[in-house]
Design a protein around this ligand. Structure first.
Ligand SMILES: [Zn+2]
Length: 392
């Protein structure tokens, strides 16, 4: 999947004026030795490490602004098949190189800028072909040098109001689907989530929290961890779909979690959404514990009944506001829905690859109407289906 440079908001553009800019990237060399180069306006410190399954090289650097043409990184060369870049957390940017196979970082360095001569700073990473064993040794050495990072858990006092956690999908280095008229999933789902949050807050009935309110990357288990830490009563993950082989496929759909997907398309979609961490260069192995624990948690069976009820309410209300997919109620194995104690649904608002859906996703009035329908569904869910059952 090609990751386009993010179209910055005004606030971001303002902050970017003070930031180090990446103005050009290129890959040179062949299948034995490949060099990745990035030009920057000023010097940076970098950290380089490798990750397996699939083979990736990760370059971490302080927050920079990527001023690169759309489509940059879609194609690589030599040992690099493609690359992505963006914000991975506040103050930290990341470049992820997808390797064609096992590789070794032969050298990496930053050549300082020469402002008088108009020479930019130059970040260079040299890769050479390696055996799987050499690759594994390097990846392991890195993991051992680094303490495991736990998901951010900020327990908060619950004032007794219903807590709704809204999770705008993707963000930062992970753009999500990119479709027609440069419709970028991470941007349209954030705009929709902010509208939905504002409308839910306006009712006075809900405490509304968002997993992200700007263009920041979050791993899937950070999103799940956020919902659990804040004692969410419901969790809504907001996404947009893509179907590159046909522009006529369109419509919204609501997903709940299941080990078995309702059909092949649902399975593919879940696999795509679950790849977010891989694309962003997150070490899945280090985060496996939470997901493994969650998978065996029997509490989820009870939770899932509520998730399905919420999904039905959402379909019933959203139908009036927008075009639905042919089978709007679906199940699949989304990692982000696997909190054992929080009823969770994933809303696919529409297809960025369909012209009508793409237009809707960019329309403020469509967002307002569709968010209003979702507020109605959430009201219905708590009023009729739950009736206190979620709380002691
Ligand atoms: Zn998505």
């Amino acid at each position: 999947m090609a990751l386009a440079a993010a179209a910055p908001s005004n606030a971001v553009a303002q902050a970017a004026a003070d930031l180090n800019l990446v103005t050009d990237t290129r890959v040179i060399g062949d299948e034995n030795r490949t060099r990745f180069i990035a030009d920057l306006t000023s010097d940076v410190g970098i950290r380089v490490f490798s990750l397996a399954d699939p083979y990736r090289i990760v370059i971490d650097l302080p927050e920079v602004h990527f001023q690169l043409p759309a489509g940059t990184g879609a194609e690589g060369r030599g040992l690099v098949s493609a690359y992505r870049f963006g914000l991975i957390s506040r103050g930290q940017s990341r470049i992820v190189l997808d390797a064609t196979g096992p590789v070794r970082v032969d050298d990496y360095f930053v050549i300082p800028a020469v402002p008088g001569a108009g020479e930019p700073a130059r970040l260079v990473v040299d890769l050479v072909r390696a055996t799987p064993e050499e690759f594994a040794t390097a990846a392991l050495a890195y993991q051992e040098s680094r303490a495991p990072t736990a998901p951010i858990v900020v327990p908060e006092a619950n004032d007794g109001r219903t807590v709704v956690v809204i999770d705008p999908g993707h963000g930062g280095i992970d753009t999500g689907a990119v479709g027609l008229s440069n419709t970028v999933e991470k941007q349209v789902v954030l705009a929709f989530s902010l509208e939905l949050a504002a409308q839910l807050r306006a009712t006075g009935r809900y405490d509304v929290l968002l997993t992200r309110t700007d263009d920041t990357f979050l791993s899937l288990d950070q999103r799940v961890g956020f919902a659990r830490a804040h004692h969410a009563d419901i969790f809504l993950s907001i996404h947009a779909d893509s179907f590159p082989s046909s522009s006529t496929v369109r419509g919204a759909a609501i997903y709940t979690v299941s080990e078995r997907a309702s059909n092949q398309i649902a399975a593919q979609l879940a696999a795509g959404e679950n790849r977010a961490d891989i694309l962003a260069g997150v070490n899945i192995a280090a985060n496996d514990d939470l997901v493994a624990d969650i998978l065996v948690d029997l509490a989820r069976r009870e939770t899932n009944r509520f998730s399905v009820a919420l999904a039905r309410d959402l379909v019933a209300q959203i139908e009036a506001a927008t075009v639905m997919s042919r089978s709007p109620l679906q199940e699949a194995g989304f990692v982000v829905l696997k909190a054992p104690d929080v009823p969770s649904v994933l809303v696919e608002l529409g297809f960025v690859t369909n012209p009508d859906d793409a237009r809707n996703l960019g329309s403020e009035s469509w967002r307002r109407a569709t968010a209003a329908a979702m507020v109605g569904a959430i009201d219905d869910f708590f009023a009729t289906r739950v009736a206190g059952a979620l709380r002691p």
